[in-house]
Write a protein that binds this ligand. Structure first.
Ligand code: MG
Length: 343
């Protein structure tokens, strides 16, 4: 039996803006395009009371709530906080699957503590270290954990124990199930189904005939079943690309060209896997006599200038020796500890 925790930060972007601008406490705040044509990415609870929602055009939000304070998006800051939060997760389990900057599944089946106790502790740590609140769902699978984290929002949690699943599902409305959107809800309504209990009245065959593959999924989901595993990557401390030359290279300009290519490859992988928490940049050279040197510079920008500086530094240490291997990379970290974030 698995124990999965789904953690979801409470109106993440807006909460960060309020944290960083205390004069906004208690006011309706939205984050998003400041021009009349933009859309809201997030609204805090004060703004939601007026009906403001994420993805809503700004002009509409302003109509609903003329007092709405609109803050520009600061992705750099949100990313930074996200990496702080993921560092906290990494203290409890390596099995973390981020869904976005502010949401993740944690598999804590192997931990001695109860899922509930862990979730409480993780939320407390998040609050202490970032000044932000999070909500959590604890359940035997991903689908239920995600439903549960939404239940006592904001700043709350709900555990669905294995023995609670049947009872919990019976009372659940079908639109709470993953994979049932507005359209799905309407389709189910046409066959007289609004709750999972009613959906459970249909056989697998009936659902498959009516809805195809989706019907088979519904059959499992309305019973609270979900076998999907938490997808994670090993804790990653660094990422680098290397090139060994067939003939030793004694030309700095040439090395610079190769480095540019390697740097782009590293950057691409960091972005593709949305790895967070780049702590420093690294250039490694191995010389003709097999001695090697590593130049490292703190910072998270993978810009050409920084890497050129590092290459110059490493190159100068060789005192004119030619180079047989060039390595280019980044190290991950933060908060005095190694973060995984290879995600
Ligand atoms: Mg959230």
């Amino acid at each position: 039996m698995r124990t999965i925790i789904h953690i979801d930060m409470d109106c993440f972007y807006a909460a960060i803006e309020v944290r960083d601008h205390p004069e906004l406490i208690g006011k309706p705040v939205g984050v998003g395009g400041s021009s009349g044509r933009g859309v809201l990415t997030t609204a805090n609870y004060e703004a939601r009371k007026f009906g403001c929602r994420s993805a809503m055009p700004v002009f509409m939000a302003k109509q609903l709530c003329p007092e709405l304070v609109l803050m520009p998006v600061r992705f750099e800051v949100y990313r930074e906080v996200s990496s702080q939060v993921r560092a906290i997760f990494a203290r409890y389990t390596e099995l973390v699957e981020p869904l976005s900057l502010d949401e993740a599944y944690l598999d804590v089946s192997h931990r001695a503590e109860s899922g509930s106790a862990l979730a409480t502790e993780i939320r407390r740590r998040i609050c202490e270290e970032t000044g932000l609140t999070a909500s959590a769902g604890i359940a035997p699978n991903k689908m239920l954990a995600k439903i549960a984290s939404d239940w006592n929002k904001p700043n709350g949690q709900l555990e669905i124990r294995p023995e609670d699943v049947d009872g919990f599902m019976k009372g659940l409305r079908v639109e709470r199930l993953q994979g049932v959107g507005k359209k799905g809800r309407d389709e189910l309504k046409q066959i007289g189904v609004e709750t999972c209990a009613e959906l459970q009245g249909f056989s697998k065959l009936e659902l498959a005939e009516r809805f195809g593959k989706w019907g088979l999924e519904l059959y499992e989901r309305c019973r609270g079943r979900d076998e999907r595993e938490v997808k994670f990557e090993r804790v990653r401390k660094s990422l680098s690309k290397e090139r060994t030359f067939r003939e030793n290279i004694g030309d700095l300009d040439w090395l610079r060209d190769v480095m540019r290519q390697l740097r782009l490859e590293v950057e691409e992988e960091v972005l593709a896997k949305s790895m967070l928490g780049v702590k420093s940049r690294v250039v490694k050279l191995k010389f003709e006599d097999f001695t090697q040197t590593t130049a490292e510079k703190a910072g998270c920008l993978m810009d050409e200038e920084s890497y050129n500086e590092l290459l110059n530094l490493a190159w100068s240490r060789g005192g004119g020796k030619s180079v047989r291997l060039l390595g280019v990379g980044v190290k991950f970290g933060g908060n005095d500890e190694q973060l995984g974030l290879g995600v």
